[in-house]
Design a protein around this ligand. Structure first.
Ligand code: 6PG
Length: 250
């Protein structure tokens, strides 16, 4: 998986670079097929994504379809909800039509019914992409300190799930335990994939992922369609241990 790593001096600069990147992909997708489909992760990503993007008047949010790369089986008003985090940081301030914000089914999520939540979410993907394997215009991933992404964790059987598009997990080592997650067939069929991570606490794992592909950590199993680049938007704190020659100029 060829990686293109962009390192920024601050998290604000990272948000600025990500804003430019997303604006370009959104414009190109809308010009090409009239919509922009994006799957977003939780954790620190929504804040980093939204800081600049929320004020970007060049983006036609009315053509966006927002999905989640993974989501916790909690109510949409629960503090652990990835949807709620993006609602607060972006969706409440931009005009993505509610019908184009594809959330986990709250009925099943509140019951912590991960299996039904995953089945329902897969139907939602089929409703938008049809019966062909979904190909998102962009998937935005965080990187866990253990090298996980989505809710795909090191050593978990879900790393080998190659038929389901969306899978349930009930033993997530990162709480809460019940979640749904996109699987690699969908993640790796995206037109563009970008990791977003920041902070000194991530620099050891960022170095491992970029410089030691033999580890086969979950983040390292991510590719973009036609083996295109996987982008990394990091701050210099997270890139602190990377060989300088591995960092590209944005
Ligand atoms: O639902 C989740 O927990 C996230 O989608 C998860 O995959 C996250 O992206 C990583 O754990 C990184 O989180 P941080 O960026 O907050 O470290």
């Amino acid at each position: 998986m060829p990686s293109t790593v962009y390192a920024f001096p601050t998290t604000d600069a990272l948000s600025g670079g990500l804003n430019t990147f997303v604006e370009k992909l959104s414009r190109e997708a809308i010009a090409d097929h009239g919509s922009f489909s994006v799957a977003v992760s939780g954790g620190s990503l929504p804040k980093l994504l939204s800081k600049e993007l929320v004020n970007n008047k060049q983006v036609d949010f009315s053509k966006w379809h927002v999905f989640w790369a993974d989501e916790r089986c909690v109510g949409l008003d629960h503090a652990d909800s990835n949807y709620l985090e993006l609602k607060k940081t972006l969706l409440d301030q931009v005009n993505v039509p509610a019908s184009q914000v594809h959330t986990i089914n709250s009925k099943y999520a509140v019951e912590k019914n991960a299996a039904a939540s995953a089945d329902d979410y897969e139907q939602q993907l089929k409703g938008f992409f049809g019966s062909n394997l979904p190909s998102f215009d962009l998937i935005l991933l965080g990187m866990g300190p253990d090298g996980h992404c989505c809710s795909l964790f090191p050593g978990h059987p879900l790393l080998e799930e190659h038929s389901r598009w969306v899978a349930p997990i009930t033993d997530s080592p990162k709480p809460p335990p019940e979640r749904i997650t996109l699987t690699y067939p969908v993640v790796n069929n995206a037109k563009n994939v970008a990791f977003v991570t920041a902070g000194e606490g991530k620099q050891e794992m960022v170095q491992k992922i970029i410089e030691q592909p033999e580890l086969r950590l979950p983040c390292q199993r991510v590719q973009s369609i036609n083996n295109g680049p996987v982008y990394w938007f990091v701050d210099e704190a997270a890139a602190g241990r990377l060989e300088k020659k591995l960092v590209s100029k944005f």
